[in-house]
Design a protein around this ligand. Structure first.
Ligand SMILES: NC(=O)c1ccc[n+]([C@@H]2O[C@H](COP(=O)([O-])OP(=O)(O)OC[C@H]3O[C@@H](n4cnc5c(N)ncnc54)[C@H](OP(=O)(O)O)[C@@H]3O)[C@@H](O)[C@H]2O)c1
Length: 258
């Protein structure tokens, strides 16, 4: 791990119960942040927070379904009431299923992915905005190279990630000068349940990647921690990629892997 110090910061992560979200929560806790682990299921969020507390970290758990603005707003209000500040918000919750070519897609299921991947990020940003402006904090959206390239079977995912990329740019344009740090991360393929679903679909080249093409959720989380530091300020308003050698070098992933 890079020597990143987030002591005294309060960080809220959506979808923190598994996959990349759980790894981000662990990494920010290891950097000294107080972690607010959120998940659709309070029990799942509590299980994550309990792990960090057992390891000597500081964490609590709240339920957030990102499709429900009222729930996001209530969780952020509860965090401010308990800690008096909010410094980092990671809009990580996301979905790619069901994977299907557009003509085979179910309209309700397609729309449900928009609710999570796009409206969920909007809901999280909207509810956290005032608190992050107050702290000069970071809003980070987990994005994807899918924002820039159509992939067979992923029309819902590519369209929503492209929209999230624009949302990140908008936040930066409207609030960057007031101190909001808004940024996206495109991690490339990360091993886990989402990639297992992609592989099972057999629908496009990503479903046929070799095992060596995946990075770990911990590597993606290392990038998130770095993006929460002033070192990443030149990239605010953009989607930062760790698929490039330069991106991995800046984050220190090449050095950590060596
Ligand atoms: N894996 C990759 O290769 C990859 C690459 C680029 C970007 N990303 C992005 O990184 C993020 C995390 O991906 P991952 O691989 O960790 O995916 P994952 O293992 O499928 O986990 C997705 C997380 O999102 C949560 N979630 C889904 N719908 C939600 C909702 N309505 N409200 C709150 N939470 C919800 C899930 O909670 P439940 O357990 O309750 O379902 C789970 O915690 C996503 O935004 C994804 O698009 C992933």
């Amino acid at each position: 791990m890079n020597p990143i110090d987030l002591t005294g910061r309060v960080a809220l992560i959506t979808g923190a119960n598994r996959g990349i979200g759980a790894a981000i929560a662990a990494r920010l806790a290891a950097a000294g942040a107080h972690v607010v682990a959120t998940a659709r299921s309070l029990a799942a969020a509590e299980a994550t927070a309990t792990t960090f507390r057992a390891a000597g970290g500081s964490a609590d758990a709240l339920a957030i379904d990102v499709t429900d603005y009222t729930a996001v707003e209530a969780a952020i209000a509860a965090t401010l009431a308990r800690h008096g500040r909010l410094d980092i918000v990671i809009a990580n919750a996301g979905s790619i299923e069901p994977i299907a070519r557009l003509g085979d897609s179910d309209p309700a299921a397609w729309s449900a992915v928009v609710d999570v991947n796009l409206k969920g990020v909007y809901n999280t940003a909207r509810a956290a905005l005032a608190a992050l402006l107050e702290s000069g904090g970071t809003f980070l959206a987990m994005n994807s190279g899918a924002a820039n390239a159509p992939m067979e079977g992923w029309s819902h995912y590519c369209a929503t990630k492209a929209a999230v990329q624009m949302l990140t740019r908008h936040l930066h344009k409207e609030y960057g000068e007031q101190g909001l740090r808004s940024i996206g991360l495109s991690p490339g393929p990360v091993a886990g349940e989402m990639q297992a679903a992609i592989r099972a679909s057999g629908l496009n080249p990503v479903s046929r990647l070799a095992d060596s093409a995946y990075i770990s959720a911990e590597a993606a989380a290392e990038a998130v921690a770095w993006l929460c530091t002033p070192a990443a300020d030149p990239f605010l308003g953009t989607d930062f990629s760790i698929k490039t050698a330069e991106g991995r070098r800046l984050v220190g992933l090449d050095r950590l892997a060596a």
